[in-house]
Design a protein around this ligand. Structure first.
Ligand code: NAD
Length: 508
């Protein structure tokens, strides 16, 4: 474990980074920049180049050239693996400074960026580095004369479009498997949080990847993102973000029918049965609802508690939520930091106001928090809302703020019905000590991941992704390699001679 990071805000560092294209650093073609705000202060703390269509064209051309090159195109899988493991080592070595950058850019508490995220991000590069030379095809026994097998080949040039809520983690989730399979990749980070992707690009360079294998082009979604999604020479887009953006990407992608994989939002139910271990359920439910300031697609934002334990559970949950330390994200004692932007803060306020209007009751929170030394930051108190109905917006839409709703249910059927009553299907969780019920729930809950007696466990070796409006395709584990490779089928006929279909030509 690294030593705790110390605040550098007092040093008034202005990070200034450009675009990383084809192995070189350069300014945007337009000469324009994007200012990045520190969510803890609301002040500009960094600026990055603003890529447009021309820069995307250049990055895609560099990625295509690298894909076709001898150096990368014929690089042995084991060598790709070594490069990825070297990158993992560099990420681990620089974890403390990268976590600082992430916290400055995104507003998430340093105890999370350093203690949780950068504590493991290098593992993605190690795991997929290890997988690089284990991408086997199949042999298919048809007949003695015909040898049939498949090989897994890279899809080509990948465009990765990232969200702002976990910028470095999402970079690792996409870059590591894409490169393990032998693809090249153009990464467009979110306009609010491009800094760690650019910092990771420096490490890609230092690790020794050939030029053009990875490019990082910050820019806005409507211009750079759309250009990447529409580009005729991009073979696949891997996207994490809003479902409305996924629709636009789908439309942009139709020109060359590129492959798509989507990790979209979630509205996970976290179900607590009377027979559960309530101490554990409480602690984990609190974390699941409020970590990352609730800006997490895995947030356990819909808590369902069985009637027999509802009052006790809610009382204790609210008491603990009120004790959460909201504060300067760089301070090691801070438990939750700032929301990413004023817009996200206002969006959270609007959801809470809509719940009150619709007759719900705010049990705690429901207001901004003034943090000493960060008076202009985007802080909001952990908020618990009760007396909700499933049709209310706070129950159906993803808030992406520190807001949890809490509802009572009678029995298992009602819990399942409420849990599945959502257009999303990313994750769901339940707490029970009844082994039969645990197995039943794992079948009945409609989500890409079901957690029983735990929540929000995400691991490089475990497939992760959604159903319904939460997207399609899986990240992580060997499963993700399906979406970064194509199966090529090879049929070899061993026969020395064969009859012709056309008898007349045999006779001639
Ligand atoms: P967003 O969709 O607004 O933006 C995501 C990215 O898409 C950004 O890089 C943005 O610039 C780009 N973009 C925007 N418009 C585009 C367009 N027309 N064409 C191409 N690219 C475009 O999402 P966000 O607000 O950054 O992220 C929050 C969302 O992401 C939430 O809904 C959250 O649930 C989801 N998310 C999902 C997962 C998951 O694994 N399922 C993980 C993290 C975040």
């Amino acid at each position: 474990m690294q030593p705790p990071a110390v605040s550098t805000r007092a040093q008034a560092v202005l990070e200034d980074r450009e675009l990383f294209i084809g192995g070189a650093w350069r300014g945007a073609h337009s000469g324009r920049h994007i200012d990045s705000l520190d969510p803890a202060t609301g002040a500009v703390w960094a600026r990055v180049g603003e890529a447009d269509e021309v820069d995307i064209d250049d990055a895609v051309a560099a990625a295509r050239a690298a894909f076709e090159s001898r150096e990368w195109g014929q690089c042995l899988p084991g060598e790709r693996g070594k490069l990825l493991r070297r990158l993992g080592d560099l990420v681990a070595e620089h974890a403390a400074s990268l976590a600082q950058l992430e916290t400055r850019d995104n507003g998430k508490a340093i105890r999370e960026t350093l203690g949780r995220e950068f504590a493991v991000i290098s593992e993605w590069f190690y795991y997929f580095g290890g997988l690089a030379d284990k991408l086997h095809g199949e042999t298919i026994p048809l007949s003695g004369d015909l040898q049939v097998y498949t090989v897994r080949q890279p899809v080509g040039v990948v465009g990765a479009i990232l969200p702002w809520n976990a910028p470095a983690l999402m970079f690792a989730w996409k870059v590591a498997p894409a490169l393990a399979a032998g693809n090249t990749i153009v990464v467009k980070p979110a306009e609010l949080t491009s800094i760690t992707a650019l910092a990771l690009a420096r490490l890609v360079q230092e690790a020794g990847f050939p030029a053009g294998v990875v490019s990082v082009v910050p820019g806005y979604g409507m211009s750079a993102g759309n250009a990447l999604a529409a580009h005729p020479d991009v073979d696949k887009v891997a996207f994490t973000g809003e479902q409305s953006t996924a629709r636009k990407i789908t439309q942009a992608s139709i020109g060359n029918l590129k492959r798509l994989s989507f990790e979209l939002g979630g509205k996970a139910a976290n179900i607590v049965f009377d027979d559960a271990d309530h101490d554990q359920a409480l602690a984990v439910a609190l974390e699941a609802a409020f970590i990352a300031t609730g800006q997490s697609c895995t947030a356990g934002s819909r808590i369902l508690v069985q009637k027999g334990s509802y009052d006790r559970f809610v009382g204790e949950f609210v008491a603990r939520a009120q004790r959460i330390a909201v504060g300067d994200p760089l301070a090691p004692e801070t438990e939750i930091g700032a929301l990413v932007s004023e817009a996200q803060l206002q969006r959270t306020e609007e959801y809470v106001a809509s719940a009150i209007e619709e007759g719900a009751e705010v049990l705690c929170g429901g207001h901004r928090v003034r943090v000493s030394g960060c008076e202009d930051g985007f802080f909001y108190a952990p908020t618990v809302i009760a007396r909700v109905r499933p049709s209310m917006r706070v129950c159906t839409e993803e808030i992406f703020g520190p807001v949890a709703t809490i509802m009572a249910f009678d029995g298992e059927d009602e819990a399942v019905r409420l849990a599945n009553d959502t257009p999303f299907g990313l994750t769901a969780g339940a707490w029970t000590n009844d082994i039969r019920r645990a197995h039943r729930l794992s079948q009945r809950l409609r989500a890409g991941t079901v957690w029983i007696n735990t929540f929000r466990v995400v691991h490089w070796a475990v497939p992760y992704g959604g159903i319904k409006l939460s997207g399609y395709g899986r990240e992580n584990g060997s499963e993700v390699m399906r979406s970064y490779t194509e199966a090529k089928t090879v049929l070899i006929d061993h026969r020395e001679s064969r009859p012709s279909w056309f008898a007349s030509s045999d006779e001639a």
